[in-house]
Each structure stands twice: as structure tokens, then as C-alpha cells.
Design a protein around this ligand. Structure first.
Ligand code: PGA
Length: 258
């Protein structure tokens, strides 16, 4: 089922509610396939976390089957912990390498790593935004939604014009992150994330959310007031460039749409 968002005037976003996680994953993978079919050298960012695992499995399957050519794509990592390198246990870049970058055999030259270990992280973060701009901007940003409404690591307090930068992580986010490594990894207190402002400039934004545990934050993001307390609430500003893909659980607190 696809319906139009109601809150944003003539330029509305779409909400697609699917019956299975596999379908959610396939639709997210479709957005990647379509983007690269139209522009093989497109710049894109894809998220880490539990939600996109199925999308990555499907992308690797398509690449292996020769259905998707990822060889020219410019891949921008979305976020990672400050000071971390892929040698650290808690490294989202390492996670991404294992789950996608290595199995997809992406040319190293096409992968842009969040400069978390730079001597001057704030300057390097600004440089990362310039790298994105030099690639023509993000053609596609697939993002997830944190339980606290974060997009990437744009934690509560983040605004719609925020650039790529260093951020403080909330305790809940650090706990959520530790769970990716069975609670054993030591999660730094700060991270670097592509800014919400940079994401909002993407030509296509796909938000994927799964599970009833996120129903309330989905409702707040899509139907609540725009507020820095819920960074996801700013995604609606993208209007028709935003596509929201939810499973039944994640959609369960949304008002009925016409
Ligand atoms: P999750 O994380 O996919 O592991 O739920 C999403 C997020 O925090 O952005």
C-alpha cells in the first residue's frame, strides 16, 4: 500500500507499508538499483544497523547475479564513532565492510570513509561534505530511524541545516550501538555523521523502519511537530524526494491516510 503524506502541501512524500521485512528490504534495494541504473557513478549513502541487513543481503545477491553494477558508485559511509578505525571492534566502517563493501567487491577508490580519525575532525567533516558536493551531491540517501528519532547519528538537538560534523552520542544510542556487538564493545561518547542538512539535499531519500518498537517514533517523525527533539521530523521537508518504507509494526501508530 502506498499513500501520500498529508502534511507538506503539494510536494508530498510517500509512505509504503509492506507485509514483510523481505519486501521492505527489496524495495530499499530497488531504490539503489534504480539510482545506479540511471547514473552508474552516482554518490550514495546507505545506513548501518539491524534494519538494512536485508537490503545489503539483497544488494549482494543482485551484484553476484549480475543484475546490479555497483562498480562505479561513489559510496559515502554515513556515520562512525569518533577516533575509530576499521581495526577497532566498535567500528561501523568495519561492520559495513563485512556486511557489504567486501562481499560487493567495491573498488576501494570508490568508498569514502567518514574521517573519524583525522587530526582535526571538524575540519575533516567539512571536507567530507565538500567531497560529497564534488561528486555532484548525494543522488540517494537510504536512512534508518533511531529509537530516539536520530537519522544517522544526528541525535536529538540536530537541525535541518546541520552539516557533517562531530556529535555527542546519547547514552541510549551508545547502548543500542553496543548491542550490535552483543553488548561487549566499548562505544565512544562521540561520533561523526553526515549532517541532516546534507542528507536533506539528497535527490532521493528513502527511510526504512521495521518493527512495532519504532511505531511511536515513526508517528512522531511523520505526524508530530517539526522539532530538534525528533530529528526524523525534518525529513518531511524533502517533500516528494522522500519515500518512507515501513512494515506493519512500524506503521501501527500512524493515523489512517486517505
Ligand atoms: P537499527 O538502527 O536499524 O539497528 O534499528 C537504526 C538507527 O538507529 O538509525
Amino acid at each position: 500500500m502506498t499513500s501520500e503524506g498529508l502534511a507538506d502541501g503539494p510536494e508530498t512524500y510517500t509512505v509504503t507499508v509492506v507485509d514483510s521485512y523481505d519486501l521492505l528490504s527489496a524495495l530499499a534495494a530497488d531504490a539503489v538499483s534504480e539510482t545506479l541504473a540511471n547514473r552508474p557513478g552516482a554518490a550514495l549513502t546507505l545506513p548501518t544497523g539491524d534494519t538494512p541487513l536485508g537490503m545489503y543481503r539483497e544488494l549482494v545477491r543482485r551484484i553476484d547475479a549480475g543484475e546490479l553494477d555497483f562498480s562505479q558508485a561513489q559510496f559515502f559511509c554515513l556515520d562512525d564513532y569518533l577516533g575509530s578505525t576499521p581495526d577497532d571492534e566498535a567500528s561501523l566502517t568495519r561492520w559495513l565492510k563485512q556486511v557489504f563493501l567486501d562481499p560487493a567487491r567495491l573498488p576501494e577508490a570508490n568508498v569514502h570513509y567518514v574521517p573519524t580519525a583525522a587530526a582535526d575532525p571538524q575540519a575533516a567533516a567539512a571536507g567530507y561534505d565538500r567531497e560529497i558536493a564534488a561528486c555532484g551531491g548525494l543522488e540517494l540517501a537510504v536512512v534508518g530511524l533511531g529509537p530516539n528519532g536520530h537519522i544517522g547519528f544526528n541525535e536529538p538537538g540536530s537541525g535541518p541545516d546541520d552539516p557533517t560534523r562531530v556529535v555527542d552520542l546519547q547514552p541510549a544510542t551508545r547502548a543500542q550501538s553496543a548491542a550490535y556487538w552483543d553488548g561487549k564493545a566499548d562505544i565512544p561518547a562521540q561520533a561523526m555523521t553526515i549532517g541532516l542538512g546534507t542528507i536533506l539535499q539528497a535527490k532521493r531519500i528513502v527511510l526504512i523502519v521495521s518493527g512495532a518498537g519504532k511505531a511511536e517514533i515513526v508517528q512522531k517523525s511523520l505526524e508530530g511537530p517539526e522539532t530538534t527533539e525528533v530529528p526524523g521530523s525534518f525529513l518531511r521537508r524533502a517533500g516528494s524526494r522522500l519515500e518512507v518504507i515501513l512494515d506493519q509494526g512500524a506503521a501501527s501508530k500512524l493515523s489512517p491516510r486517505q
